[in-house]
Design a protein around this ligand. Structure first.
Ligand SMILES: Nc1nc2c(ncn2[C@@H]2O[C@H](COP(=O)(O)OP(=O)(O)OP(=O)(O)O)[C@@H](O)[C@H]2O)c(=O)[nH]1
Ligand SMILES: [Mg+2]
Ligand SMILES: [Zn+2]
Length: 279
């Protein structure tokens, strides 16, 4: 039988085959090979007391940090609290581009932020799909509907930005949500496992909050390929393979200085570049 993994809790997998859900374990040898993610299409053997996952079918894409596979969209959730880590956001975007996944920036908790604060944080993302919502007041939630319809959509972001709250707000799932520790302005990692839900004509995946995101499989001089607006500009750089760091007559830097490209996002590009360069 073929099925899709809908939930992973340590070594127990829930697999949906046709309209049945099975609790499954993995056959030893495939687990050694790679981890099984929510969204994985698998071959399942019925058996008692657990079904057995015999094989992971080829993935169209994977985000190993989030433990998901075969997704169409990643909704990257940020909010006024916890303080957004935009380097983290940019790394997720890079990874999405690399894997052929559509990133959507989702500013949640608009009820707590001023228009100005929201504009400042999101200034570097004008060329992206950007939605502004509030799980509390339900403002803007209809914009999620069209993103979800006919897609597999994974919610990602720091702990306590409101990923689970947003899923609750568009469903009657009533999943457990957590609180922010205001002392340290950090979440408490309330969601501890990854699970998918059928919602709004699509599939929504709730993931665990994180504060680190690795893109170390990338070389520093490959980073530029995942910045679409820099790619367009690079035809005007003096050097064909310009990394837009210290090269002379760099068109990207010029545009940043002319305020035609967002400075914050460019500085974060430099940060990520240098991080990759050290490896
Ligand atoms: N004011 C306000 N609070 C919100 C909103 N959305 C979520 N919250 C609050 O933010 C806190 C964290 O929400 P969660 O949904 O648990 O956050 P999460 O991103 O799932 O966090 P993890 O599971 O730890 O990764 C809760 O106290 C929510 O009530 C919102 O739109 N406005
Ligand atoms: Mg959660
Ligand atoms: Zn350049």
């Amino acid at each position: 039988m073929e099925g899709v993994v809908t939930k992973v809790i340590s070594n127990r997998y829930t697999v949906k085959c046709e309209d049945q859900k099975y609790i499954a374990h993995a056959r030893g040898r495939i687990k050694l090979d790679k981890d099984i993610f929510v969204g994985d299409r698998v071959q399942l053997i019925k058996s008692k007391p657990y079904a057995i996952i015999d094989k992971i079918l080829p993935r169209t894409n994977e985000l190993s940090r989030l433990a998901v596979a075969n997704v169409d969209v990643v909704v990257i959730v940020i909010a006024i609290v916890p303080t957004p880590d935009l380097v983290l956001v940019d790394k997720i975007i890079v990874k999405c581009h690399k894997e052929g996944i559509r990133p959507v920036i989702c500013y949640n908790k608009t009820d707590l932020a001023t228009t100005q604060q929201i504009a400042l944080t999101t200034a570097g993302y004008r060329s992206f799909d950007l939605i502004k919502v509030s799980a509390s007041t339900e403002e803007g939630l209809s914009s999620l509907d069209e993103i979800i319809e006919n897609n597999v959509v994974c919610f990602a972001g720091q702990s306590a930005v409101g990923k689970t709250s947003l899923i609750n707000a568009i469903s009657d799932l009533n999943l457990k949500t957590g609180q922010l520790s205001y002392k340290i302005s950090r979440g408490k990692n309330t969601t501890r496992h990854v699970e998918s839900y059928e919602l709004k004509g699509g599939i929504v995946i709730d993931t665990c909050g994180f504060s680190m995101f690795d893109i170390n499989d990338l070389k520093s001089n490959e980073l530029k390929y995942y910045y679409d607006d820099y790619m367009i500009e690079s035809f005007n750089c003096k050097y064909k393979d310009c990394n837009h760091i210290n090269e002379p007559e760099c068109a990207v830097k010029k545009k940043v200085n002319e305020k035609k490209l967002n400075r914050g996002r460019y500085l974060r590009y430099r940060t990520i570049y240098k991080e990759l360069d050290k490896k």
